[in-house]
Design a protein around this ligand. Structure first.
Ligand SMILES: NC(=O)c1ccc[n+]([C@@H]2O[C@H](COP(=O)([O-])OP(=O)(O)OC[C@H]3O[C@@H](n4cnc5c(N)ncnc54)[C@H](OP(=O)(O)O)[C@@H]3O)[C@@H](O)[C@H]2O)c1
Length: 329
């Protein structure tokens, strides 16, 4: 028997409830590799899946947790053997498939990535899907060629934004951090931000075709009105890596002008179906380019029983940095 956060749905009312339960291994789904999970984390999608599901969860009872790190316990696949340290993000684990909010998980071998040297399972989940995606965004900006000038990071005090800020600053870029939480200024400066931009400065929708050129690149976790404004403020030839929609799914006020008059690039970043080779590359870059002292400064420890509250908090944009869930605590 092992502990898992199980979400049940009452078919009549449609309401869900999440509680920590002891379940047997016979309840694990099919898969080639059984992992003794050590750590997981909390992402926006987890908030949805711990709660009403947001259309992501198909079958109940459900174990959420879109990412985890742990040690291989049993494997029917030649690539993995007991004792190997592994990390998993994406592939709809924790949504369509049972996820990491449990002491054991069983998954396809194709979905796992061996932990690179320099990262242990706790640090891997301090990074988590948010940090992994932030690294993918930085790699995408680099592939396009980062222009001179500050790199703007939106939703900076959140998970994606915190890791993007720390990586970009460590790589020697000037980072401008957008936040709606002025009380997080010291935290963001500690991660390496040299400029703090108030969220309100970027949330008015304008009809202007372009604004003054300010940013050499941008990592955007917010979309909504903010992305519409950021595109108009990019320097000539600059790129915006679009990761998330914390501010809404539309790009409000967006016009074609930044693309055709300034050659701005909008780069879509998806972490879920990312090919294996790029996953390995991103985890190796994280081990090399993310300073571990800054990563520690982002960490908020948690246990399985904290998850229902944390799920609600992340949906309200109230989680700072990176939650690390010790599933054995
Ligand atoms: N593409 C992918 O594969 C992928 C992977 C991971 C995450 N995501 C998405 O990326 C987004 C960020 O994820 P996360 O884990 O960093 O979430 P998070 O920790 O909740 O951070 C989001 C941040 O956005 C800001 N924010 C929240 N609501 C806002 C609003 N209405 N207007 C403007 N800013 C707002 C807040 O930052 P401040 O308090 O600093 O303002 C918040 O901390 C989510 O939409 C998530 O679903 C996508």
């Amino acid at each position: 028997m092992f502990n898992a956060l199980v979400v049940e749905k009452d078919e009549e009312s449609g309401k869900t409830s999440a509680t920590v339960e002891q379940i047997g291994e016979d309840r694990l789904p099919d898969g080639e590799v059984t992992v003794a999970v050590e750590y997981s984390t909390v992402n926006y999608k987890d908030g949805l899946c711990i709660g009403p599901g947001g259309g992501l969860v198909r079958n109940y009872p459900h174990v959420p947790g879109i990412d985890f790190a742990g040690t291989v316990e049993a494997s029917d696949d030649d690539r993995y053997k007991p004792g190997d340290k592994v990390v998993l993000t994406g592939w709809r684990v924790g949504e369509a498939h049972w996820g990491g909010y449990a002491q054991k998980a069983r998954v396809k071998a194709d979905w796992l990535v061996p932990l690179p040297k320099g990262l242990d399972t706790r640090r891997a989940m301090a990074v988590g899907t948010a940090g992994f995606t932030a690294m993918l965004a930085v790699m995408a900006l680099e592939d396009q060629g980062i222009k001179d000038g500050p790199i703007l990071v939106t939703g900076a005090a959140g998970g994606v934004g915190s890791v993007a800020t720390a990586i970009l600053s460590n790589l020697g870029h000037e980072v401008a951090a957008v936040t709606g939480r002025p009380e997080q200024e010291e935290y963001l400066r500690g991660l390496g931000a040299t400029q703090i931009v108030a969220r309100e400065d970027l949330t008015d929708v304008t009809k202007k075709p372009l604004e003054g050129e300010q940013w050499g690149g941008a990592v955007d976790a917010v979309a909504g009105a903010m992305l519409g404004r950021v595109l108009k403020q990019m320097k000539y030839g600059g790129s915006v890596a679009a990761i998330g929609l914390a501010g809404g799914p539309e790009i409000e006020g967006a016009l074609i002008t930044p693309f055709i008059l300034r050659g701005v690039n909008l780069l879509g970043i998806d972490s879920v179906m990312q090919p294996y080779d790029n996953r390995v590359r991103a985890w190796q870059r994280i081990a090399r380019d993310l300073p571990m002292d800054k990563l520690e400064a982002m960490v908020q420890p948690a246990t399985l029983s904290d998850l229902p509250d944390l799920g609600r908090a992340i949906l309200k944009g109230q989680v700072k940095g990176r939650v690390v869930v010790d599933v054995n605590a």
